[in-house]
Each structure stands twice: as structure tokens, then as C-alpha cells.
Design a protein around this ligand. Structure first.
Ligand SMILES: [Zn+2]
Length: 245
């Protein structure tokens, strides 16, 4: 915990230094529009940034019939054929959307965000978004309608650019796993505290991290409480900063 705290302080300082160089970035929020139904609904969104697949999460979603929207990169698609096949075999559960070609933050000015170098220009943002969509269809997925950039941060102009390419931008309202770096208990606590209309973000590409086990616990608690899970395309969504309308 102490080490995590120090890491987060380090990230905070880096963010301060980089934000002094140019305007602040936006981290849009996303909620589900009220349904008028009595039972609470949440959307689970999982990022597959790169790396491998957390099969604890994937198996739990299949076994418990919990639908999710999965944001995949071109890099992840190349290396995770087995997991992709499982997702494609369950179209009633998994909606696959665009997390970019190479996990490069979709920010059109040069800067560093959580240690990742931004795309740095409008052309590079467009390439990241369009090549991410192409990778999905090349792997047999449907054409994506949602985009979430690496780090989920944008400039106002990159938001306009991505919207102009025809994508809605997926923010979130609950940071479930703190970039997959939180412990199991804290991840469970955050996820199981979700309320009607929340959009949860977590990661499915870090099988060795404790957060994945906590995510499964939290999701099963929500299910036991009678929560319904929806995908972003199943419902009306409301995002800040011009990300969905
Ligand atoms: Zn990511």
C-alpha cells in the first residue's frame, strides 16, 4: 500500500509537470441514461491495452453471464487469439470496441501521460483511431462505434477529431481498478459500490495483478444484489465534454 501511494504521488508530480507545459486534458465521464426500470443497471467496460488476458475475469463473465464492453487494441488482438475466440463465441455477452492501434494516448499535442508518449498531432490521433478500428474488423469483429484512448484523456480538439471520425468516446464514472494497480480488496470495494447508471472501467489484460480477483468479487456482489449489466450499445449513454452527442 505504501509503495502504491508513492507510485501514485510520482504519477501526480509527473502530471503536474506535463500540464504546466500546455492546457489541461479532459477525462470525460460517462453514465447510462435513466431507464425507468426498477432494477439498477450498470455497464462494465474492460480495457485490453496490450499484454495478455486475465482468464479469471473472462471465465467469470462467461460462467455468470455478465455482459461487458471490451476495448481492445490492435496489439492485444494480435497476441490473444484464444481469448478473442471465446469473446466472439459469446456475442450475447461481449461487445468489442476500439482502444486504438498501439495504445497511444489520443492527444494531439506532444506530452507524456502516465509515462506514455501522446500521439502528438491530429494526424497521429487519426491514425491511432482508424488503425484500431481496422484491426478489429480484420480480426472478424464488427465495425466499432465507440473509442476509448489509452489513459482515457483527451484534448478538446482531439475529442472533436474523434467524433468527426464517427466514434462516440467512452468515459466512465467508476475507476474500478486504478489502472489495474489497486489491490483486490479496494477493487472489490469500488466495484461493489456501483450505483444505478454507473459505467465501470477496469482492465482484462493483467492476469498477474491482484485487482482482477477483486473485480470478479465485486461483480458477483452486484449480480447477487440484482443489478443488471448492459453493454454501451444496448442503452442510451450520456457523456460529458461532447463525447456522445
Ligand atoms: Zn488502455
Amino acid at each position: 500500500m505504501r509503495m502504491l501511494g508513492r507510485f501514485l504521488i510520482g504519477v501526480g508530480l509527473a502530471a503536474l509537470v506535463s500540464s504546466s507545459a500546455s492546457a489541461a486534458l479532459l477525462e470525460p465521464r460517462l453514465h447510462l441514461k435513466p431507464s425507468g426500470e426498477s432494477s439498477p443497471r450498470v455497464a462494465l467496460t474492460l480495457d485490453a491495452c496490450g499484454g495478455k488476458t486475465d482468464t479469471r475475469i473472462l471465465s467469470a463473465l462467461v460462467e455468470n453471464k455478465i455482459p461487458a464492453t471490451i476495448f481492445v487494441t490492435g496489439m492485444w488482438l494480435k497476441r490473444n487469439g484464444e481469448a478473442l475466440a471465446i469473446m466472439k463465441a459469446h456475442p450475447e455477452l461481449f461487445e468489442l470496441e476500439n482502444h486504438g492501434a498501439r495504445h497511444i494516448p489520443a492527444v494531439d499535442t506532444p506530452r507524456s501521460i502516465y509515462g506514455l508518449k501522446s500521439a502528438g498531432s491530429a494526424e497521429a490521433v487519426q491514425a491511432e483511431v482508424e488503425a484500431g478500428a481496422l484491426a478489429l474488423t480484420a480480426h472478424g469483429g464488427a465495425a466499432p462505434t465507440w473509442f476509448r484512448g489509452a489513459t482515457a484523456q483527451y484534448s478538446p480538439t482531439s475529442i472533436a477529431l474523434i467524433r468527426g471520425l464517427g466514434f462516440k468516446i467512452a468515459g466512465y464514472s467508476i475507476n474500478g481498478d486504478g489502472g489495474s494497480l489497486l489491490g483486490a480488496h479496494e477493487t472489490d470495494r469500488r466495484v461493489s459500490a456501483a450505483r444505478d447508471g454507473d459505467v465501470i472501467i477496469a482492465h482484462i489484460n493483467q492476469p498477474t495483478h491482484a485487482a482482477g480477483g477483486g473485480l470478479v468479487k465485486g461483480l458477483l456482489k452486484l449480480k447477487a444484489k440484482g443489478y443488471a449489466f448492459v453493454r454501451l450499445n444496448d442503452v442510451d449513454d450520456s457523456g460529458t465534454d461532447g463525447t456522445t452527442n
